[in-house]
Design a protein. Sequence first.
Length: 316
Amino acid sequence: MNEVAILTSPNSPLTLRILPIPRPSAYELLIKVSLVGINAIEAKIAKRSTPPPPSYPFIPGSSYTGTISAVGSQVTKYQIGDRVLISKRFSTQGNAYGAYQRYVLVTAEEKMVVRLPEGMNNDEQAALVALIMNASCVPGLFSGRLGLRKPGDEVQEGEEREKILIYGGSSSFGRLAVQYLRCAGYDVVTTSSPQHMGTVCELSGSEGNVIDHTLPPDQIIADIRARGPYDVVVDMVSTLSTIPITSRVLEAQGGGKLFATQPAFSLENLPEGVERVFEPWSDSLYEEGNEGLMEWVVGTYLPFGMEKGWMRLKER
Ligand SMILES: NC(=O)c1ccc[n+]([C@@H]2O[C@H](COP(=O)([O-])OP(=O)(O)OC[C@H]3O[C@@H](n4cnc5c(N)ncnc54)[C@H](OP(=O)(O)O)[C@@H]3O)[C@@H](O)[C@H]2O)c1
């Protein structure tokens, strides 16, 4: 029996249905799902059909763990009974691949299939499901797209310590980015509300480099600028309240690329010389030339990142 949670139309609630169990084709795996993550993007799709709008009826769900219950005839790398953690590629289409169902398909090209380490308990698996989408975007953005070091890479002698602004260090994506960059040997300046200041200071390794994002915007900009200039500026929140701040920081240092986590939903008057860049940040991992990075993400960073101290779960 395949229990499915489905969106039947834009702005509809999730509806429960019973559908046939999908059959894997030659290069696919059938997964019996045990844990599903609920990502911000799924909430946005459910509430605003955002973006790009899916075709309905639509089965959401991108991050999950489960057990392989059938393999296609051409699959050699996996076996029935393997326990895996999966993050669906952003561009993958088709309801058979949405994780809000008991049995879901994965194609062989879907490279983000992580074998769960032996002995990983339910809480640790749940932690990974909760953060795998953001966690795969972190190496995708910083190492895949920007070519920065990853944790464990040696800092070469004479290599300058680059300074990176992570606006929104108390968000889930932001925290993972702060930890990743710090473990890779970069200087990170970031922001937090007073509520999460202690944790973010600890993650960034410096009290002086975490700015209170509840201060008036001019004060935030002045505080950020006083710690700059920045080699990379990332706006982890990317809303109408943060883009004016991060874009003005960039403008003040002569302009450049503003890396954003969301597209612009309405007109944003960016200062001259500032280019807003957005994409699904895990995409770079699938590109030619980044095969080794993808292998590291799937074989080391995701399964062992918590153990190695490169990622820590957001406390609730
Ligand atoms: N492009 C991609 O590849 C990609 C991938 C994953 C996620 N995303 C997007 O990235 C965004 C962040 O995702 P997330 O999972 O990290 O979200 P999240 O954990 O829910 O982020 C919420 C946190 O952001 C902080 N925040 C909110 N408003 C802020 C502001 N005006 N200034 C500074 N900080 C503020 C708050 O921290 P305090 O509690 O300290 O106030 C809040 O707790 C979402 O829009 C998500 O859809 C994009």
